[in-house]
Design a protein around this ligand. Structure first.
Ligand SMILES: C[S@@+](CC[C@H](N)C(=O)[O-])C[C@H]1O[C@@H](n2cnc3c(N)ncnc32)[C@H](O)[C@@H]1O
Length: 219
């Protein structure tokens, strides 16, 4: 939505990545959630990645198929400047998740602190439609939102708060909960913010095998 884009553009133009309340100098919770995904995943998309250092950490660990999507181009410009020539190794996507149509599939969907901004049911269904289109069968979705005892607002915007079962209810029974944990993030001004982290795996339901057509035997 246009007002969301102008809100986020203004935040990332006014503030440094290190001064926003969601800044973390070590994306440890994301790396812990990724360890719960197991081996064999190559393609990861960080949705609403903002100016996060996750992509830096993953490049340093040898990931080669990384995409970062955000509604705000100025957010991505911070990371591109920080990465320098390494920025060419990443696919950058400026898009609103609630009307984005992915044109390829990913093994892992990572979202730290984006889904919780979607307070309207139609925004959440649009997000989940994009997730289902982007994530391959058997792929994993990592979602981190404010926990039920977390703050009511983030960046001045209202949020919805979730425990892992609430997130599972939003995603539906095509997903199963593989791992969940609680993290207390500390903002740069040292305000504690409890987060719920959950790792979901999408069912690996392939299209049912189609029996060959039966042709009448001509005699
Ligand atoms: C609280 S910040 C979290 C940023 C990053 N995930 C991190 O952990 O540092 C939320 C991010 O979501 C982005 N965002 C908000 N609404 C979005 C939407 N509808 N589509 C895509 N990105 C969105 C914002 O621009 C912002 O970068």
């Amino acid at each position: 939505m246009a007002q969301d884009r102008s809100h986020w553009d203004s935040v990332y133009r006014r503030k440094t990545p290190e001064s926003v309340s969601w800044f973390q100098d070590d994306p440890r919770p994301s790396l812990d959630a990724l360890s719960a995904c197991g081996p064999g995943h190559r393609a990861l998309i960080d949705v609403g990645g903002g100016a996060s250092g996750l992509v830096d950490a993953l490049l340093a660990r040898g990931w080669q198929d990384l995409s970062v999507l955000d509604i705000s181009q100025p957010a991505l410009a911070h990371v591109q400047a920080r990465l320098g020539h390494q920025a060419r190794k990443v696919h950058w996507i400026v898009a609103d998740l609630t009307d984005w149509r992915p044109d390829r599939s990913y093994d892992i969907w990572h979202d730290r602190a984006v889904f919780h901004f979607l307070t309207a049911p139609e925004q959440r269904s649009a997000y989940i439609a994009a997730l289902r289109q982007a994530l391959r069968p058997g792929g994993l979705a990592i979602l981190a939102t404010f926990a039920p005892d977390g703050p009511d607002k983030c960046s001045g915007l209202p949020v919805r708060k979730y425990g892992a079962p609430d997130l599972w209810a939003e995603l539906g029974d095509e997903f199963h909960l593989r791992h969940a944990f609680r993290e207390v993030h500390h903002t740069p001004s040292d305000v504690p913010q409890p987060f719920t982290w959950a790792v979901f795996q999408r069912d690996d339901r392939r299209a049912p095998h189609q029996a060959p057509p039966v042709h009448p035997v001509r005699g």
